[in-house]
Write a protein that binds this ligand. Structure first.
Ligand SMILES: [Zn+2]
Length: 476
C-alpha cells in the first residue's frame, strides 16, 4: 500500500469512527467552522496523516493502532507542535553542577541524565538536562550528600563558526577529496538515517574501492554520534584531508606512501547528520544530542551511543523517551547504529576503531558497561599501552571508560566485545565545562584540536596491522 493511499484511508477511518461514536449530528465533511466537531475531526485526521507521512510508517497494524486513539490523545501526542516543542520551558536544557559526586553517586546520576563532564579532583560533574530531570537527581540527596547548583550556560557561538561543515558541506568536502585523489580515495554511503540522509564514508585504499572487501589491515574512524559535538566531525574531516595531501606530497617510495598502500582506512565523519543539522537549523545552537527518531509519544530521539547491541541497557542509559540518554526500544533499533554495525561487521579486516566525541580531553577504552577491566590480560595491556602512548601526544587522560561512570550500549564496547576490535573513544577539547566553551568551543578550536590529535591517529593507522606489537612481544 502506498503511503498516500494509506494516509487517505486512515484519515477516512478516523473521520468515520467519529461519526460512529459522535452525537449523531452528521457533519458534511472533515472541516467545519472553528471549534466545531467537524473541524476537530479534520484536524485530528490531518495530524495523523502528516504523522504517517513524516514517519514513513507503512504498516496497516500501525494505522490500526492509531485508529484506536482518542482525539484528545492524538492532539496531545501527535500534533506537530507537541512533537517539536522547542519553546516548551519544561523541555529547555540547563547546565547544573553536582558536587560530592563520587563514583557510586555518579553511576546513579548517569542513569537519570547525561553527564557531560567529570572533575575527578573535586568530585563534581556537569550535567545538561531539563528542570524535571534535575528533580529526579535531587531525589538522590535523601541518601547522598550531593549539592546541585545551576551553571551559567556558555555563550552560543554565532555565525563566526562558519569554519565548521554542515551536512551538505561535509558531502562536498568528501567528494572534492575523491575527485582530486581517485587512485587513493572512494566515497560511498554506509546507510540512511531516519530522515533519509546518507551516512557517508571516505575510504583510503590504493587497490579496493567502495565497500569491496580488502585483505589489508583495516581501521575505522568515526565522528559525531552526538549531534552537538560538531568538533568531532571536523577532526576526522581534517584527518582525511591530511592523509590525501600527505600521500601526494610524500612520493611513491616514501615510508608514508608505503604505509597507506598497506592499509584499509575508512573515515565516517558524520554518523548522525539528522541530529547535527537539527542542532544548527535555526542559526543558534540547540544543544541537541540524540538522533531524530520520532518516538511516537511526543519525544524525539535516541542516544546513538547507548543504542549499540552489546550489554545494551545495562546501566548509564535511560528507558525514558524524553531522556538525553534514551537507549531506544532495542539494541540497534536505529538506522544509524545499525549502519555502523553492518559496515564494521562486513569488514573482517578491521583491527582498530576510533570514535570521536567531545568534550573532556579523554582517551577511553572498554569497558563502559562494567567496572571490571577486560578479561584478556594481553588485550588489557594493549589497550592501556595504546592509550598511554597516544596521551603523550595529545595530553588527554587515558582510562577505562567506566572509571568515570557506567555507560552501556556504546560503540566501543560493541566493537571490542563482539568483534575483538581495539576500539577507543576520544573526548576531544575543551578539557572541561569550567571555562572552555563546552560543546561549542568556536572556530579557533578546530585546527588546534586536529593538530593535537593527528599523531595519535597516524599511530593507530601504523599499529593496525597488529596492535599487540606495541607490547614488544612477538606477533599474535
Ligand atoms: Zn558524545
Amino acid at each position: 500500500m502506498s503511503k498516500k493511499i494509506l494516509t487517505a484511508s486512515v484519515s477516512a477511518l478516523i473521520v468515520a469512527s467519529f461519526f460512529f461514536f459522535g452525537t449523531g449530528r452528521r457533519a458534511s465533511g472533515a472541516s467545519g467552522p472553528p471549534g466545531s466537531k467537524a473541524s476537530l475531526q479534520g484536524r485530528v485526521a490531518g495530524i495523523l496523516g502528516e504523522y504517517l507521512e513524516a514517519t514513513g510508517q507503512d504498516s496497516s497494524e500501525f494505522a490500526a493502532a492509531l485508529r484506536e486513539l482518542s482525539p484528545k490523545t492524538v492532539l496531545e501526542r501527535f500534533a506537530p507542535e507537541k512533537i517539536q516543542a522547542p519553546e516548551d520551558p519544561a523541555q529547555k536544557l540547563q547546565w547544573y553542577e553536582i558536587s560530592n559526586a563520587e563514583w557510586i553517586v555518579r553511576n546513579k546520576i548517569a542513569r537519570l541524565v547525561a553527564i557531560e563532564d567529570v572533575n575527578l579532583d573535586e568530585n563534581k560533574v556537569a550535567v545538561l538536562c531539563t528542570a524535571r530531570e534535575i528533580e529526579a537527581v535531587r531525589a538522590l540527596q535523601k541518601k547522598h550528600p550531593i549539592a546541585i547548583s545551576r551553571m551559567i550556560s556558555p555563550a552560543d557561538f554565532p555565525p563566526r563558526d562558519a569554519v565548521y561543515h554542515n551536512y551538505q558541506e561535509t558531502l562536498a568536502f568528501l567528494q572534492d577529496l575523491q575527485a582530486a585523489n581517485p587512485n587513493l580515495i572512494s566515497v560511498f554511503s554506509i546507510g540512511q538515517t531516519h530522515e533519509k540522509r546518507q551516512i557517508q564514508a571516505i575510504r583510503f585504499n590504493t587497490t579496493e574501492k567502495g565497500s569491496a572487501p580488502s585483505q589489508k589491515p583495516g581501521i575505522v574512524f568515526m565522528g559525531t554520534h552526538h549531534s552537538r559535538e560538531h568538533l568531532s566531525t571536523e577532526v576526522p574531516l581534517l584527518l582525511a584531508k591530511h592523509l590525501a595531501e600527505a600521500y601526494r606530497a610524500a612520493g611513491k617510495d616514501s615510508e608514508f606512501a608505503r604505509l597507506l598502500e598497506q592499509r584499509d582506512i575508512t573515515i565516517i565523519p558524520l554518523v548522525n547528520p539528522d541530529g547535527s543539522e537539527y542542532d544548527i537549523a535555526t542559526g543558534s545552537y540547540r544543544w541537541w544530542r540524540k538522533n531524530r527518531k520520532i518516538n511516537g509519544d511526543g519525544n524525539i530521539g535516541v542516544d546513538l551511543n547507548r543504542n549499540y547491541g552489546f550489554h545494551w541497557g545495562e546501566g548509564g542509559a535511560s528507558d525514558q523517551t524524553s531522556s538525553d540518554i534514551y537507549k531506544g526500544p532495542a539494541g540497534f533499533s536505529e538506522p544509524e547504529s545499525s549502519a555502523v554495525r553492518d559496515f564494521v561487521s562486513a569488514k573482517t579486516n578491521v583491527k582498530v576503531l576510533l570514535s570521536y566525541h567531545t568534550f573532556s580531553e579523554l582517551i577511553l577504552y572498554p569497558w563502559g558497561h562494567s567496572n571490571s577491566p577486560v578479561d584478556n590480560p594481553k588485550d588489557r595491556e594493549t589497550f592501556k599501552k595504546l592509550a598511554e602512548t597516544m596521551a603523550q601526544w595529545n595530553g588527554y587522560t587515558p582510562e577505562q571508560s567506566s572509571d568515570l561512570y557506567i555507560a552501556s550500549g556504546d560503540t566501543t564496547d560493541w566493537a571490542y566485545g563482539e568483534k575483538g576490535i581495539f576500539a577507543f573513544t576520544f573526548e576531544l577539547s575543551p578539557k572541561d565545562m569550567w571555562g572552555g566553551g563546552g560543546f561549542y568551543p568556536g572556530a579557533e578550536a578546530v585546527a588546534k584540536t586536529f593538530q593535537a590529535n593527528l599523531k595519535p591517529a597516524l599511530y593507530l593507522i601504523e599499529v593496525a596491522d597488529n596492535p599487540y606489537k606495541v607490547l614488544g612481544s612477538p606477533a599474535d
